[in-house]
Design a protein around this ligand. Sequence first.
Ligand SMILES: *[C@@H]1O[C@H](CO)[C@@H](O)[C@H](O)[C@H]1NC(C)=O
Ligand SMILES: *[C@@H]1O[C@H](CO)[C@@H](O)[C@H](O)[C@H]1NC(C)=O
Ligand SMILES: *[C@@H]1O[C@H](CO)[C@@H](O)[C@H](O)[C@H]1NC(C)=O
Ligand SMILES: *[C@@H]1O[C@H](CO)[C@@H](O)[C@H](O)[C@H]1NC(C)=O
Ligand SMILES: *[C@@H]1O[C@H](CO)[C@@H](O)[C@H](O)[C@H]1NC(C)=O
Length: 371
Amino acid sequence: MDFGAFVVLAALAVDCASGAVIPSPKTLVSRNYDASNPYANWPSYEQLPLHPSFPSKAAWGVWGADDVNGALNHITNATILAASQEIKLGKAFNLNLELDIPDPPINPSRKPLSHLYQPGSGYTDDVIVMNTQISTQYDGLRHFPYSTNGNVSTYQWYNDLISDYDEVIGPSPSTVLGIQQAAQKGIAGRGVLLDYAGWAEAHNITVNAFTNQSISVADLDNVAAWQGLDASWARPGDILFVRTGWVQAYNNLTKREQQVLPLRSDEDSKHIGILASDESGAWFWEKKLALVGADNPAFEAIPFAGTFGGDERSFHQIFIGGWGQSIVEFLDLEALAKTLHRLGRSTFFLTIQNLNVVSGIASPPNALAII
Ligand SMILES: *[C@@H]1O[C@H](CO)[C@@H](O)[C@H](O)[C@H]1NC(C)=O
Ligand SMILES: *[C@@H]1O[C@H](CO)[C@@H](O)[C@H](O)[C@H]1NC(C)=O
Ligand SMILES: *[C@@H]1O[C@H](CO)[C@@H](O)[C@H](O)[C@H]1NC(C)=O
Ligand SMILES: *[C@@H]1O[C@H](CO)[C@@H](O)[C@H](O)[C@H]1NC(C)=O
Ligand SMILES: *[C@@H]1O[C@H](CO)[C@@H](O)[C@H](O)[C@H]1NC(C)=O
C-alpha cells in the first residue's frame, strides 16, 4: 500500500537507560485532514486501514490521530443548511418507540425500564432508570470495541483512544468517546429512508423478521431505485435509515408472542438485518454517511456473521470501533415511511439529541424527522 498521500505521525519515546529513540507501540498513521477540504486524500475502502497494525477496515487516523467525532465529522454547517431544504410541509414525526418497548427487552440479560413516581410538596417528579440498550437507542463510541470472540484482552476502541476496559466500565471512567461528545456536537442533517419492507411487500418477498434474513446492498440499491432515487443519491453527511420490517412484525405479534420472543434458545435467537460483508462495507464507506440506523435490534442481522478484510468481524466492530460511526436501533419508522411513500419522497430533515451524560455509552436518540 502506498502511504505517500498520508502523514505518518510516529509517537516517539526515549528509552532512559540507553538513550535510544524507540517507536511507541501506538504509532499512529493519519490522513492529512483539513476541515476546509475534508475529502482531499479521502481513502477508498480498499485503502483501509491506513496502517497494517490497525484492526480490519478501521478508519483510524482518517479524521486525524486524536479525533473523537468519527463519522459525525461529515456533518458541517453546510450539510445542515442544505438539509433544511427538506422541510417543505412542516410536519414532524417522532421516531422513538415508547421507552419500555420492546417489553420485555429483546436481550433477556438487560433489565427492563424502571419508572417510579416521587411526590413533592405542590409538585410531582418521576425517576427513570434504564439500560440504554432496551428501546430506541444510539450506540455511542464506548459501546463496541473490536474484539476477538468478545475477549476483553483484545478490545480496541475507536482511534485507539481507550487502552483499558476499566476506563469504560470501572468506578472512575475516563471521558473520551463518551456519549456527551455526540450530545454536544449537535446532530442534524438530511435523513434518507430506504424502505426495504415496503419494497419487499411490493415484490412479494416475505419479511421474516425473527430470522437472520440478510439484506444485501444489492437489495438496498433495488429499494432505492424502486423509490425513484438515482444511483448517486447519497450526499456526505446524510443519515441513512433502513426500514427492515422488524417493528411492524413486532407490532403484529400478540402480547404473549412478544413475551416469549426473548426466550428463544441462543440458536434460534435471530433477527433480520443488513448483511455484514466487505461488499456492504465498501457501499457504506463510499457514501460518507454521518450515521446509520434501522428499525431492528442491531442494524445488521443477528447472529453477527460478518467477514471484513479476511477477519471475522461484525458491522458493530467496523462501524463503531473502526469508523467512529454510531448506529441507531429500534427506530419507529412506521408513520414516517407511510407518509413518505404517499408523497413519493425518500428524504427528510432529521435531528438527534443524545442525553448529555459524561462517559455515557449509549442514549435514547430523541430522533425527530421533519418533512
Ligand atoms: C461554516 O463553518 C466554518 C468553520 O467553522 C466557517 O468557517 C464558515 O464560515 C461557516 N459557514 C457558514 C455558512 O456559516
Ligand atoms: C484472550 O486473549 C488473550 C490475548 O490474545 C489470550 O492470551 C487469552 O488466552 C484469551 N482468553 C480467552 C478466554 O480466550
Ligand atoms: C404474490 O404471491 C401471491 C401468493 O403466492 C401470488 O398469488 C401472486 O401472484 C404474487 N404476485 C406477484 C406480483 O408476484
Ligand atoms: C443464518 O444463520 C445460520 C445459523 O445461525 C447460518 O448457517 C446462515 O448462514 C445464516 N444466514 C445468513 C444469510 O447469514
Ligand atoms: C403485519 O401486519 C400487516 C397488517 O396485517 C401486514 O400487512 C404485514 O405484512 C405484516 N407484516 C409483517 C412483517 O408481519
